[in-house]
Ligand binder design. Structure first.
Ligand SMILES: Cc1cc2nc3c(=O)[nH]c(=O)nc-3n(C[C@H](O)[C@H](O)[C@H](O)COP(=O)(O)OP(=O)(O)OC[C@H]3O[C@@H](n4cnc5c(N)ncnc54)[C@H](O)[C@@H]3O)c2cc1C
Length: 232
């Protein structure tokens, strides 16, 4: 495996075995390994290896979900799951489309460097999957912008919000996916796929279907958004 943290057995802390729902709590023995990729290349490697070995994969954001969607489970046949935590996925790749910047962002929970992209002309921000809503708020604030959807758990990840199509209490501006323009994904077989709004394949559920029932772990390492101007 590549140069990133991988844990197994008792090395796996309890917080990685449940979510905020506490509906399900996994046992470390349900988990084949818990990997912390840092780049898209790491993700590709983990998912394509798992696909080749027919290992089911589970992906975690901030584990703030209320339905146990990120909690690992051992299959009836005794198969353990490979778990991918996106906690260290904090950098987007460079692109000519936006200016990339690495910034130290401090929140109550984290103090870490985030590499993100911002397009001054369009106001779109592109963020890594592991960045949180709090971190997005601070980064956008630096550009005099804000993101209109405001789910209440500020330490949830951007990717978790897209996956669950999170909506804030206000509701007036729709839900997270309404403001998502592009998803950089790793498909179930480990290949990259860029889902772009307006493209016939833009709906991730189409992507799932087109894979014909293979292991369907999709990751979304990068996103672009169209934030509205800060009124103040
Ligand atoms: C106090 C509190 C307040 C909340 N308020 C709201 C609210 O106002 N609105 C709302 O909608 N929800 C709310 N939630 C629920 C939760 O915060 C959201 O569902 C959030 O979007 C989950 O994000 P997460 O990063 O914690 O994802 P997780 O809980 O880690 O995962 C949720 C699902 O997303 C999948 N996932 C995570 N990361 C990725 C990825 N990179 N690629 C693909 N799939 C991924 C997981 O496999 C899982 O199925 C709240 C929860 C709490 C505890």
């Amino acid at each position: 495996m590549g140069d990133y943290k991988v844990l197994s057995g008792r090395q796996i802390r309890p917080e990685f075995l449940t979510d905020e729902s506490k509906i399900l709590t996994a046992d470390p023995s349900d988990v084949l390994f818990l990997a912390f990729p840092e780049t898209i290349e790491h993700l590709e490697e983990i998912v394509s290896d798992a696909y080749g070995e027919e290992i089911p994969v589970r992906i975690q954001g901030a584990r703030s979900g209320l339905t146990s969607g990120c909690v690992p489970r051992k299959g009836k046949d005794g198969r353990q799951e490979a778990v991918i935590a996106t906690d260290n996925l904090l950098a987007v790749p460079h692109s000519h489309y936006y200016d990339t910047e690495t910034k130290r962002v401090k929140t109550v929970l984290h103090d870490r460097e985030i590499t993100y992209g911002f397009n001054k002309e369009t106001g779109e921000i592109i963020l890594p999957a592991g960045a949180t809503l709090n971190e997005r708020r601070i980064l956008l604030d630096g550009h005099g912008r804000l993101f209109p959807i405001n789910p209440t758990h500020q330490d949830a990840t951007i990717a978790g919000n897209i996956k669950t199509n999170a909506t804030g209490l206000e509701g007036a501006f729709g839900s997270t996916r309404d403001w998502t323009i592009r998803l950089g994904q790793i498909l179930g077989n480990g290949e990259r796929y860029d889902a772009i709004r307006g493209h016939p394949m833009n709906n991730p559920s189409h992507v799932y279907l087109n894979l014909g029932g293979t292991i369907l772990t999709v990751d979304m390492p990068t996103y672009e958004w169209r934030p509205v101007k800060n009124a103040s």
